[in-house]
Design a protein around this ligand. Structure first.
Ligand code: SF4
Length: 80
Protein backbone atom coordinates (compact mmCIF):
# COMPACT_ATOMS: atom_id res chain seq x y z
CA UNK A 1 0.00 0.00 0.00
CA UNK A 2 1.23 3.48 -0.85
CA UNK A 3 2.19 5.58 2.13
CA UNK A 4 0.78 9.08 1.83
CA UNK A 5 2.67 11.81 3.65
CA UNK A 6 0.74 14.99 4.46
CA UNK A 7 1.28 18.01 6.69
CA UNK A 8 -2.35 19.14 6.93
CA UNK A 9 -2.58 18.48 10.66
CA UNK A 10 -6.18 19.60 11.19
CA UNK A 11 -7.48 16.93 8.81
CA UNK A 12 -9.46 14.05 10.37
CA UNK A 13 -7.12 11.55 8.66
CA UNK A 14 -3.81 13.15 9.65
CA UNK A 15 -1.56 11.36 12.13
CA UNK A 16 1.74 11.93 13.92
CA UNK A 17 4.76 12.06 11.64
CA UNK A 18 2.66 13.71 8.93
CA UNK A 19 1.15 10.39 7.84
CA UNK A 20 -2.27 10.17 6.19
CA UNK A 21 -4.39 7.42 7.77
CA UNK A 22 -7.26 7.54 5.27
CA UNK A 23 -8.29 4.19 3.74
CA UNK A 24 -8.01 5.90 0.33
CA UNK A 25 -7.69 9.46 -0.92
CA UNK A 26 -8.63 11.39 -4.03
CA UNK A 27 -6.32 14.05 -5.44
CA UNK A 28 -7.96 16.13 -8.15
CA UNK A 29 -8.01 19.50 -9.85
CA UNK A 30 -9.27 22.47 -7.88
CA UNK A 31 -11.66 23.19 -10.74
CA UNK A 32 -13.42 19.87 -10.17
CA UNK A 33 -13.23 19.87 -6.38
CA UNK A 34 -14.50 23.39 -5.74
CA UNK A 35 -18.10 22.86 -6.95
CA UNK A 36 -18.29 19.15 -6.04
CA UNK A 37 -20.23 17.90 -3.00
CA UNK A 38 -18.41 16.44 0.01
CA UNK A 39 -19.80 13.03 -0.92
CA UNK A 40 -17.65 12.90 -4.09
CA UNK A 41 -14.41 11.21 -3.14
CA UNK A 42 -12.13 8.27 -3.88
CA UNK A 43 -14.92 5.63 -4.15
CA UNK A 44 -16.28 7.48 -7.21
CA UNK A 45 -12.91 8.53 -8.69
CA UNK A 46 -12.91 5.95 -11.48
CA UNK A 47 -16.22 7.31 -12.83
CA UNK A 48 -15.30 11.00 -13.22
CA UNK A 49 -13.51 12.68 -16.10
CA UNK A 50 -9.73 13.11 -16.09
CA UNK A 51 -8.68 16.60 -14.99
CA UNK A 52 -5.26 17.68 -16.28
CA UNK A 53 -3.65 20.76 -14.68
CA UNK A 54 -0.66 23.00 -15.37
CA UNK A 55 1.03 22.74 -11.95
CA UNK A 56 0.63 21.49 -8.38
CA UNK A 57 -1.03 24.72 -7.27
CA UNK A 58 -4.10 23.64 -9.24
CA UNK A 59 -4.57 20.39 -7.32
CA UNK A 60 -5.97 19.48 -3.93
CA UNK A 61 -6.83 16.57 -1.68
CA UNK A 62 -10.59 16.06 -2.07
CA UNK A 63 -10.57 13.69 0.91
CA UNK A 64 -9.67 16.42 3.40
CA UNK A 65 -12.21 16.92 6.15
CA UNK A 66 -11.70 18.91 9.33
CA UNK A 67 -11.19 17.01 12.54
CA UNK A 68 -14.47 16.91 14.54
CA UNK A 69 -16.47 17.87 11.45
CA UNK A 70 -20.03 16.60 11.00
CA UNK A 71 -19.02 15.71 7.41
CA UNK A 72 -16.58 12.92 8.33
CA UNK A 73 -18.96 10.14 7.23
CA UNK A 74 -20.22 11.66 3.96
CA UNK A 75 -17.63 10.11 1.63
CA UNK A 76 -17.30 6.43 2.68
CA UNK A 77 -13.63 6.95 3.58
CA UNK A 78 -12.47 5.41 6.84
CA UNK A 79 -9.52 6.09 9.11
CA UNK A 80 -7.09 3.16 9.29
S1 SF4 B 1 -6.98 13.02 3.63
FE1 SF4 B 1 -5.73 14.42 2.39
S2 SF4 B 1 -5.53 16.28 3.63
FE2 SF4 B 1 -6.20 14.62 4.97
S3 SF4 B 1 -4.33 13.77 5.86
FE3 SF4 B 1 -4.84 12.55 4.05
S4 SF4 B 1 -3.70 13.50 2.36
FE4 SF4 B 1 -3.76 14.98 4.04
Amino acid sequence: MVRVMCSVSNCHYWDQGNVCQASQIMVTADSLADPAPDSLDAPQASTIQATPVENCMETCCKTYVSRNSQDIYRDQITRR
